[in-house]
Design a binder for this molecule. Sequence first.
Ligand code: PLP
Length: 397
Amino acid sequence: MHSDSFVVREPNEHRTTAPHVLPIYATSSFVFDNIDQGIEIFKNIESGHAYSRYANPTVDAVAQKIADLEGFGLDLAAEAVLTSSGMSAISTLLMGLLQTGDKVLSQGNLYGGTTELLRAILQPFGVETIFTDLRDLGEVARLLDAEPAIRLLYCETPANPTLACVDIAALSALAHQHGAWCAIDNTFATPLLQQPFAHGVDFIVHSTTKYLNGHGNSIAGVVVGRDRSLLRQKIWRAMKLAGTNCSPFEAWLTHNGLKTLALRMERHCANALALAQYLEQHPAVARVNYPGLASHPDHALATRQMRGGYGGMLSFELKGGLEAGLRCMNRIRFCTLAPTLGDVDTLILHPASSSHLNVAREIREQNGITDGMIRVSVGIELVGDIIADLEQAIEAM
Ligand SMILES: *Cc1c(COP(=O)(O)O)cnc(C)c1O
C-alpha cells in the first residue's frame, strides 16, 4: 500500500513529506475544520476520521492491507475491520450477523475459545450452534435442509491440532444454496497459503496474533468481508457499538510483522515439512499429522485448496503415549514450551493438558486429540536446530 493512504491532512501549515513507515496515530479523536465538516463526516458524506473507536488511520491502513491480501488477484473489493483479538473478531462477526432464533452450523474441532464462545455466550442469547463433521457434505446438506434457521456456516481449516481440513468451496456453495453465509477462520493458513474468497466464502476471520504478526508481541484480530457494504453495515457497526476495536499500537505491531509474511511463511512451510518427514520415519513416533504428508487423510484436499505449502503447524504422537510425550517435552532445550502459535520461534504444546484440558476425553479422542499428542508450531530457525532438539528429546528416552 502506498504510504499516502494513511496520511491525514494536517490542519495547520506545518506540512511535511509523507512518512515512510506507518505512523501510530495515538489519538482518541480528530479535529474538524468547522461544524459543517463535522456534520458531513458524521453523516458519512465527507470522508474523515472522528473518533478512534469508529476508525483510526493506523488501524485502517492495517485492516485494508489484510483485506488486500485476502482479495489479491480476485475480482472483488474486500474490506476489513481490525479488532482487539482473534476472539473479538469472531464475536464481532457473530454479533454483527446473527440474532435470537438464528442458528450456526459448525465443526467439533474448532479453536477451543470459539467452541466455548458459541456454547457459553451465544447459546444463552438464543443463537444455537449445531456441531457436525463438516467433511460429511451429505450430512451438511441434510442439516441445512432440515434447519432453515441456519444463517451461518462457520468453519476452520486446517484445524487445530490434527490439521484436519474441510472443503471450503463445497461448504460455501451449500451454505449459499440455503441462503446462509459462509465464514472461515483462516488463521492457520494465512492468505499466502489459502485464499478462501477464491472458494466463495463471505467472511474471513484471523487471529492476527499468530502468523500475520508472527513475532508474538501483539494480540489482535480481523474480519474481512468480500462485500464492502455488508461489512460496513453489519460488522463495522458491531465493532463500533461493542467497542471491539483494535488499538493503534497493536495494529502497528501487526503491520510491522506483515512486511515479512511471505518470507516467514515460505520458511515455516519448508521447516514444518522437513520436521514432519523426519518424525514420520522415526521408530519412536506412532503418527504425524501434517497436511503436507501423503499419509495425512486430507492431503489431497489440502493440496487442492492451499498453495505454496501446507503451513507451519504439525502434531505427532510417540509410541509411549502420554508418559513418553510429557517426558519428551521436559527434555526440549532449543524450542520453547508455550501455548501460542505462528511465531518465528518453534513453540511446543501438549494439547491434552493445556488447550484441550476442559474438553472431555471422549470428545477429544473423537477429534483425534490423544493424551500423548504433541503440537509443534514450527518456527523459522535453521531446520537442523529444530530437528536436533526433538531428536535429543526423543532419543534420550
Ligand atoms: C489463537 C486463535 C484464535 C483466537 O485468537 P486470539 O488472538 O487469541 O483472541 C482464534 N482462532 C484460531 C485458529 C487461533 O489459533
